[in-house]
Design a protein around this ligand. Structure first.
Ligand code: NAD
Length: 293
């Protein structure tokens, strides 16, 4: 069994991005600029946004953080989005989800200029991705295809079972892996909470992508010998042996699954870090106008 090391890959990709920034500086070009909007004080969101901002600093991107309290009215958030849409210095921006309950996430997503939508959540980017047109790919699925590509995992003709059909992970990764080309050309089964006999579906998979949100849900006896397992889950569970009283686990029961598979992403240190890195790759593309003129 080989670990698919998201930490190592992220470091390699960040070094490539930093080298590009150095070249841009030398030519007096425009430095990529990512802005992040954080509303409220959700602890997990804070960790994610800080990690995005820190990553920008590491590689020489410009970054801005716009913070507002949890009771910020929806209109004010829409104003922030409009200002960022119009700011010529900002290449791309994200509005960290989840938003407080009184704010309509769909409305906010639709208000983002798709040319700056480096999270790839806008329906224009989603539709273009589905049709194989240039688009900002959603960051987590983009991170997953980069893992497969950089580890040279064979995908053509393989049977891939995706568990979970969310708009940000399960559904887009099922589209990307079924698309023509590499990584892709898989035969994909998209499973969810209404799937009958999920273990039997997963047992047929050469590649499993687990994005459910239930700690250690996928068990070793669901896994075909030699399968590739991509664990997207990030769940915090109590652990009295840790100083913090808790630890992070994925949606896959690592201890029973790892011995069965050929490759597996660890949690932490797998898909999560690649998600942040994919956001940086999208921001560079936005700055270089590689997706939209
Ligand atoms: P979500 O809650 O939006 O979707 C969960 C999906 O799992 C749903 O489609 C549902 O049908 C399916 N599901 C729920 N119970 C099921 C069951 N018993 N059997 C089969 N399917 C079931 O979740 P999401 O936003 O896609 O996130 C999934 C996981 O990935 C979470 O742990 C989340 O924290 C993590 N996540 C990680 C990253 C990252 O960067 N690594 C990014 C996004 C989400």
């Amino acid at each position: 069994m080989q670990l698919l090391d998201g930490k190592l890959l992220s470091e390699n990709i960040k070094a490539e991005l930093a080298a590009e920034v150095a070249l841009i500086r030398e030519r007096n070009g425009k430095i990529p600029h990512l802005a992040a909007v954080l509303i409220g004080d959700n602890a997990a969101s804070e960790v994610y946004v800080n990690s995005k901002i820190r990553s920008c600093e590491q590689i020489g991107f410009k970054s801005s953080l716009i913070r507002r309290p949890a009771d910020t009215p929806e209109n004010e958030v829409l104003d922030i989005v409009r200002r960022l849409n119009e700011d010529p210095d900002v290449d791309g921006f994200i509005v960290q989800l989840p938003l407080p309950k009184h704010i309509d996430e769909e409305k906010i997503t639709l208000a983002i200029d798709h040319r700056k939508d480096v999270d790839g959540f806008h329906p224009i980017n989603f539709g273009r991705m589905a049709q194989g047109m240039p688009a900002f790919l959603p960051a987590t699925p983009y991170g997953i295809v980069e893992i497969l590509r950089r580890y040279n995992i064979e995908t053509s003709g393989k049977h891939c079972v995706v568990v979970g059909r969310s708009n940000i992970v399960g559904t887009p990764i099922s589209i990307l892996l079924s698309r023509k080309g590499y990584p892709g050309d898989c035969t994909v089964t998209l499973t969810h909470s209404r799937t009958r006999d999920l273990p039997a579906e997963v047992r047929r998979a050469d590649i499993v992508v687990a994005a459910i949100g239930i700690p250690e849900f996928v068990k070793g006896d669901w896994i075909k010998e030699g399968a590739v397992v991509i664990d997207v889950g990030i769940n915090r569970i109590p652990d009295a042996s840790k100083k913090s009283g808790s630890r992070l686990v994925g949606d896959v029961d690592f201890d029973s699954v790892a011995p069965k598979c050929s490759h597996i992403t660890p949690v932490p240190g797998g898909v999560g870090l690649m998600t942040v890195t994919a956001l940086l790759m999208n921001t560079l593309k936005a700055c270089k106008k590689q997706v939209y003129e």
